[in-house]
Design a binder for this molecule. Structure first.
Ligand code: SAM
Length: 232
């Protein structure tokens, strides 16, 4: 079923306008058809009531109750020096099932915090577009950036993706937990000191086989593996 984002409310109707209305037209959805609409953080089954020149009106059929899949995976992505690559990170990790993405400022990555903060709204829009496409129950959250030195393990299984010193394979980690975090390095990888710091805080170095992935790919692969192999 097609999924769109509501752009407003008019009495008992949801309105769809702007780019979402263009999407509706492109999908050739007709009056009377049912679609899913995401509105104020909730998902609804709605029926298309009227299509006007620049917007459509929908009536609510019922709210769709969603439940989040287990386990919860939190992705911490060191922002690549090529900042534009984060668009791919957002889209891929959302499809893979990450619950939340936090951009991390590290030694060999993009370090201007203000510029990263300016991108957050754009990344939220990409996350919303991905939510429509992959039919996740909720959009992946995007957190404000943090510095690598401030990273602390807050989940049952904190993981560090490390293609140099990683000695744990995916089947060797605890696959029975309900929450995981994955820290991914930038294009040039972590510094030795960063790896030591994260390990000393309890992050377990995971090695993905058989080759080295690009930074913008590695996190999504790890998240997808955890989502498919782990959980209670
Ligand atoms: N410059 C590094 C090199 O020459 O080996 C490669 C860094 S890799 C492109 C970027 C990040 O992706 C790494 O820091 C790591 O977090 C993650 N990564 C990529 N492939 C990986 C693998 N096979 N196992 C674990 N982590 C990997």
């Amino acid at each position: 079923m097609e999924r769109l984002i509501c752009t407003g409310k008019k009495g008992d109707f949801f309105t769809i306008s702007g780019s979402e209305f263009k999407h509706l037209k492109a999908l050739r959805i007709n009056k009377g058809e049912e679609i899913e609409v995401f509105c104020e953080d909730r998902l609804f089954l709605v029926r298309l009531y009227e299509i006007k020149k620049d917007h459509a009106l929908c009536t609510i059929v019922r709210e769709i109750k969603v439940s989040l899949p287990k386990p919860e995976v939190f992705l911490y992505q060191c922002v690549p020096t090529e900042l534009g690559l984060m668009d791919e990170v957002v889209d891929r990790s959302s499809q893979a099932g990450a619950l939340k993405l936090t951009p991390v400022l590290c030694r060999r990555g993009f370090q201007v915090k203000g510029k990263v903060e300016e991108k957050i709204e754009r990344w939220k829009r990409i996350s919303l577009a991905s939510f429509k496409q992959c039919k996740r129950p909720k959009p992946m959250e995007i957190s404000p950036p943090i510095r690598l030195e401030d990273l602390k393990p807050t989940v049952e299984v904190p993981l560090l993706l490390e293609n140099f010193t990683g000695n744990l394979t995916i089947r060797e980690i605890n696959l029975k937990a309900s929450s995981y975090s994955v820290v991914v390095g930038p294009e040039g990888g972590f510094t030795k000191e960063e790896v030591e710091l994260l390990k000393s805080r309890g992050f377990l170095p995971l090695l993905l086989k058989p080759y080295i992935f690009r930074s913008e790919m590695a996190g999504a692969i790890a998240v997808a593996l955890i989502m498919n192999l782990a959980g209670i």
